[in-house]
Structure formats: C-alpha cells, structure tokens
Design a protein around this ligand. Structure first.
Ligand code: GDP
Length: 179
C-alpha cells in the first residue's frame, strides 16, 4: 500500500490569467515535498513529484501547458485527452473565465466520460474580496450541474491549493479502489 505507483497525470485547465502558473509553482515548490530537494523533473510546464495524502504516497505529474490563446483545436483536443484528472480553474474576479470553465467542462465531457474522470472546479483568487464577480454559491451550483467537486482557493495566499491537489488524489484512489 505504500507504493506510490505510476504517476497520475493532473492537467490544469482554464482561461488565461486565472492562476494556473501560480498553482503549478506551488505544486513545484518544495514546501509540501517529502524530499527537500527541488523537483528534478520540474520544467516550466511539467512537474512530477511524490506527495503524501492521508498517510499514503502518491506521485503526481502536473501539466500546465494549456495554451488558452491558441486556436489550434487539434492541439487543445489532444491536450484534453492527456489527463487522468483535471483541475478546471477560473478566477472569482473574472466572470468570463467562469463561462470559459463551463465551456471547457463541456468539451472535456466529450473526451472524458463524466463519472470516471476526477475533475475539480476551482474558483481561484478568493482573496480578492472586493473584485469578486462570481459568488461561492454560483461556483458550487455550476459544479453540481457538471457533476464535479468544487473548491475556492487563493494561490496568492496559498489557501486551499494543496487541498485541491489532495482532493484529486482522493478521487483517483476512489476510482482505483472501485475497479
Ligand atoms: P495563468 O495564465 O492561468 O497561468 O495565470 P497566472 O498563474 O500567470 O496568474 C495570473 C496573475 O494572477 C498573476 O499576476 C498572478 O500573480 C495572479 N494570481 C494568481 N493567483 C492569484 C490569487 O489567488 N490571488 C491573487 N490576488 N492573484 C493571483
């Protein structure tokens, strides 16, 4: 049970500027790593490391290569198919990013049939209270419609970011254990 097994590929998705790079940096940072070395497999856009979740190790490969600006649909569709799990980010300060997250969720469902792929809808930048454009209940309702989990985070305050990654691991394990 202590074997972390093969890495889970976790893909960061979302509009430009919502905080994907900030998420990837927190993941890449040594703070929560079990070895204190910097992550050897970490590049700008891909980082693989072992973390501990509920007392059990898990290896995650986090991909932050989503190009929100590209109109290369083929590349986007390919990218959509690379993950074992997805963090679907929007910014609570940017309603258009919330709409974009819904669109991405719909596209994702075409490639990743719903029940089996862990997806967490992530409302980032919850520290920017005065600039909020999307309420917590809207986020939660959207996640319910799309049948995925929901969490609000602040990468700037390092609030709930690890909870999001841990949540993904828990869902992947549930899926693994029910096989
Ligand atoms: P990406 O385009 O999705 O990769 O977004 P980035 O990670 O580059 O973030 C875009 C901008 O938002 C940067 O200036 C970040 O510093 C800022 N940012 C990211 N997350 C947060 C957050 O939780 N709170 C605040 N206040 N700013 C954030």
């Amino acid at each position: 049970a202590a074997d972390p097994g093969s890495p889970y590929r976790v893909v960061l998705l979302g509009a430009s500027g919502v905080g994907k790079t900030a998420f990837a940096s927190i993941f890449a940072g040594a703070a929560d790593s079990m070895d204190s070395d910097d992550c050897e497999l970490c590049g700008d856009e891909v980082c693989e490391k072992e973390i501990e979740v509920d007392g059990e190790p898990a290896t995650l490969t986090v991909l932050d290569t989503w190009d929100a600006e590209t109109d290369n649909e083929w590349a986007q569709e390919r990218y959509m198919q690379t993950g074992d799990a997805y963090l679907l980010l929007y910014s609570v300060t940017d309603r258009s990013s919330f709409v974009r997250a819904s669109e991405l969720r719909i596209t994702l469902r075409r490639f990743r049939p719903a029940q089996h792929t862990p997806i967490i809808l992530v409302g980032n930048k919850c520290d920017l209270v005065r600039r909020r454009e999307v309420s917590v209940s809207e986020g939660r309702a959207c996640a319910a419609v799309f049948d995925c989990k929901f969490i609000e985070t602040s990468a700037a305050m390092q609030h709930n970011v690890w909870e999001a990654f841990h949540g993904i691991v828990r869902q992947l394990r549930l899926r693994r254990d029910s096989k």
